[in-house]
Design a protein around this ligand. Structure first.
Ligand code: NOJ
Length: 695
């Protein structure tokens, strides 16, 4: 039955309306967030669940997909869409109405604890992946929640820190993915970040919530606080926050030890005070409405937004989707994303392995799948394969040595996990195993988690020593990095190949075997720059990160990621956009032509290898005509193509005039007239053709 949902507001008492603007405990105990609805007038409840890497319904299992940064490495928005569809289906199967994801914050520092939950240092790539994921989720009758709005770029002191960021950097770097989520993907829900922006907590930020998000972009869905992230009653209500979450105590979510672990004041910072729950949008808001401080129409509008979301996902109809859980299709998809997200950083003819090669698998945690990082994105899968499982299936002959003791993994929800069985380890044993095999595969990892930034960019424990020792002894050494982002590679010159598989999720070992033996092409390209150390990045100074006296100064402005490396002429270890295929591609006959609203690029790409492979053609704009300092190049388009041996294709990339715009602090978005340039290449630093264009 069709209901005109908005008219339901009129039939509610003040008390009843208040019940609809804060969360409460889910009677089924599964949801991360729960709004009770109202039986009297026929408003169904709303269930919300984490998160970006798979469904984390409490006490339940679901498909553990690769981390968001792995998905982004595919540079494949269609794959993101398929992932979103699967995520939506799994949420529906667990009776959840809203997914608390995707996270589209920009990777600003390589030390960010949640970088694995985000896509990229680049707003264009982030926007494309975000839009694909959101459209997929919402096509299944489940609402997506784009988070964390905005400038949530660190975990240190995350509840208080103020991102001191200029308007131009906000507009060009930090806001675009949220804007695309609203304007292109019609996202139904937006989660505010814990942090402040220019001094104001995001849950109170009238300019960014009311003026920009709801005003300029026309967002008509729900603005939801992060969990315990509401900081006031009247300011938040008048600034545009619609729903205070979760309205229940922290202990309802995490075991006591995890609460203690999660709350060290030198990391994520103290949780905001929770005098009573709901602290702000319960009785205090009712009183503020009664006293006239908050007009009742403001409250009505918040309830209308909730009703709009319920209506958009069909909760007033009877035919809600049943969803699907842990299907063979979802298992395959988890494997496909892991394969397409794997980046072959370097390969000195070491890969792919021959079917007959004997392999010495080495690595402290190589007998456990690397499902994800710690925190609210943790997922408990039905099944998983470790590198050891995957290679056992595929390799002609296999040995396994840990080499060094297991690396501890932060986890807040898993009952078990990490390496199993005998945890004895010796570098000498690993060296002996490596000497006896045709190839040594060393699986190394970091440990990233929500609540905490990484202390540095080095691999934890003695993994660097292990890799160096094995590389010296082995005939061939392949390093497999299961990391949240860039790590230092002091052994790079002595190994023969390096694969970055990020946090590959439940299909870890299967996907790794597919790639090592060449059953699949490593389809990934870097969505973040790999510097040589954390010193290479604009966040090297304490003032910039994690900040001093509660302020993180974003003085680098728009020069984040590769924009910074280019501007400062810093040679990265591996540049943004980099990644090898097992095939080899040649570029020919690149042309550019004007269209009604921009340009059309065309480039002939030929696979000159004797095996199929995937190539990602990348287009960068250089806004030379701008009167302000601009990045040397900025990603504005990309297109991938998979080619059989000897085959060629013309790859087209469409560019709009707006792709050349910069944000002028007085005049807003401005396209600089005059001669600009378009660069086409295989990565941000491997440019194959450059065109001057008159815009
Ligand atoms: C806090 C996290 O920042 C957010 O991403 C998550 O959705 C909520 N907790 C709920 O678990």
């Amino acid at each position: 039955m069709e209901t005109d949902a908005s008219s339901l507001v009129d039939g509610l008492t003040l008390e009843e309306k208040i019940e609809l603007v804060h969360g409460t405990l889910d009677p089924d105990g599964k949801a991360t967030g729960y709004v009770p609805g109202n039986e009297r007038v026929g408003i169904p409840p709303l269930t919300m669940v984490d998160g970006p890497l798979g469904v984390r319904a409490m006490g339940e299992q679901a498909t553990a997909f690769p981390s968001s940064i792995a998905l982004a490495s595919s540079w494949n928005p269609e794959l993101a869409r398929s992932f979103g569809v699967a995520l939506g289906r799994e949420a529906a199967a667990h009776d959840q109405d809203v997914v608390l994801g995707p996270g589209v914050n920009i990777v600003r520092t390589p030390r960010g604890g949640r970088n694995f939950e985000y896509y990229s240092e680049d707003p264009h790539l982030t926007s494309r992946m975000g839009v694909g994921t959101i459209e997929g989720i919402q096509s299944e009758g489940v609402a997506a929640t784009v988070k964390h709005y905005v400038a949530n770029n660190q975990e240190t002191n995350r509840y208080e820190v103020s991102a001191e960021v200029g308007e131009r950097a906000l507009r060009e770097m930090y806001l675009p993915a949220f804007r695309a989520a609203v304007e292109e993907a019609d996202v139904l829900s937006v989660m505010t970040a814990y942090n402040r922006v220019n001094g104001v907590h995001m849950s109170d930020h009238e300019y960014l919530l009311s003026d920009v998000l709801k005003g300029e972009w026309g967002f008509d869905g729900l603005v939801v606080s992060d969990w315990w992230g509401t900081r006031s009653t009247v300011d938040a209500a008048l600034s545009g926050l619609d729903l205070e979450m979760p309205g229940v105590e922290l202990e309802a979510y995490l075991p006591e030890e995890a609460v203690e672990d999660a709350d060290p004041s030198d990391d994520g910072g103290e949780l905001p005070p929770m005098p009573d729950v709901p602290a702000y949008f319960g009785d205090p808001l009712r009183e503020a409405v009664e006293s006239g401080e908050v007009p009742e129409e403001v409250l009505d509008e918040k309830v209308s937004r909730l009703l709009r979301v319920l209506e958009a996902i069909g909760r007033f109809d009877d035919d809600g989707s049943e969803g699907a859980l842990d299907t063979s299709e979802h298992r395959e998809l988890a494997r496909d994303v892991a394969v397409e997200g794997t980046v072959l950083l370097t390969n000195d003819d070491a890969l792919p392995l021959d079917d007959s090669d004997s392999v010495a698998l080495v690595g402290p945690n190589a007998d456990a799948a690397k499902l994800g990082g710690g925190g609210s994105s943790e997922v408990t899968p039905f099944t998983d394969t470790s590198p050891l499982d995957g290679l056992r299936e595929r390799a002609a002959s296999l040995s396994f040595e840990r080499g060094v003791p297991p690396i501890a993994e932060s986890s807040f929800f898993a009952d078990e996990g990490g390496p199993t069985g005998d945890a004895e380890a010796s570098i000498d044993d690993a060296v002996t195993a490596a000497e006896d095999a045709d190839c040594a595969v060393v699986v190394a990892q970091d440990d990233a988690t929500e609540f905490k930034d990484r202390a540095h960019m080095a691999l934890p424990g003695d993994q660097n020593e292990l890799i160096s020792a094995v590389a010296e002894a082995a005939e061939r050494t392949v390093v497999v990095l299961r990391t949240s982002g860039p790590v230092e590679m002091p052994w790079l010159e002595s190994v023969d190949a390096v694969l970055e598989t990020w946090y590959p999720g439940q299909a870890d070992g299967d996907a790794l075997a597919d790639i090592l033996f060449g059953d699949a092409d490593p389809g990934g390209r870097l969505p973040v720059t790999f510097g040589r150390s954390a010193e290479d990045y604009p966040t090297a100074d304490e003032e910039a990160f994690p900040g001093v006296e509660g302020k993180a100064h974003y003085d680098e402005g728009v020069f984040v990621g590769y924009r910074y490396f280019d501007d400062r002429d810093i040679e990265p270890l591996f540049p943004f956009g980099h990644g090898h295929s097992y095939a080899t591609f040649e570029y020919d006959d690149a042309t550019i032509s004007e269209t009604d609203d921009g340009f059309e690029l065309a480039v002939d790409v030929r696979n000159v290898a004797d095996r199929p492979g995937k190539e990602v053609v990348q287009a960068y704009a250089r806004t030379s005509a701008a009167p302000v300092a601009v990045p040397d190049r900025e990603l504005v388009g990309f297109e991938s193509v998979t080619l059989e041996p000897g085959a060629s294709a013309t790859v087209g990339v469409s560019l709009a005039r707006e792709d050349f715009a910069y944000y002028d602090e007085d005049d807003g978005w401005t396209v600089p007239e005059g001669t600009n340039a378009v660069l086409v290449g295989r990565s941000s630093r491997d440019i194959r053709a450059t065109f001057e264009v008159d815009v």
